[in-house]
Design a protein around this ligand. Sequence first.
Ligand SMILES: [Zn+2]
Length: 248
Amino acid sequence: MNEQLKKLIELQAIDREILEFDRILAAVPGQIKAGQADMDAITREQEEARAAIADMKKANKQLEADVQAENDHMAKIKTKLTAVKTNKEYSAILAEVESVKEKVSAFEDKELAIMETLEEKAGELPAIETRFKEEENNFKEYKAKKEAEADRVKGEREVVLGKRQGILNTIEPKRLELYNKVLKRNDGVAVVAVRDSMCQGCFHRLRPQVVIDVKISAEIVECSHCYRFLYWVEESEDQTAPNQRTAG
Ligand SMILES: [Zn+2]
């Protein structure tokens, strides 16, 4: 086989590896973000439950203060009773006492209702907190796994890039320029096999003479349709040949 073509096949294999690494690396931020969504949901739920409980406690504190104020009011009214001179004054004070009692009763009813809801919400909180911790651990684990995977792929990519540089030095600059052009217009595949007289890049049927030229491999032959570089694969090698069955 043409030596330059051999190098181009090696380069193509490496570029496919790099493309795959890039695909994996590009997907990682989105995967982590998707994992974060579950975490965000339970975080919100926990925050809302805690805020609701805090609000109810605050409201009850206010109601307790209101009850205390009315009780103080009541004490003052009662001191007035000692100074009462007429029935009219007495009735007015009794009415005031009734009004204060009603207010206190209303405050206490409210307090009781809030207490019931508060107990219910406080009872639900531990389960929410447990779920939060579980999700938090899951997410941390997932994120660490994905980041480790990305680091590993970056490392492998560096190694492959080093190999690539070594191969680049063995390819004629003009050939390399053409390779890069073809690579760009063909979704990262510039070198493909010929099988059943067809270019395995675009599945264009090749003329018999072209197939013979590819088989002889004295010169590098390009597909007249997609301009990819063509190489011959013996049937026995077919299994080990890189999968080039990419339409384009
Ligand atoms: Zn083609």
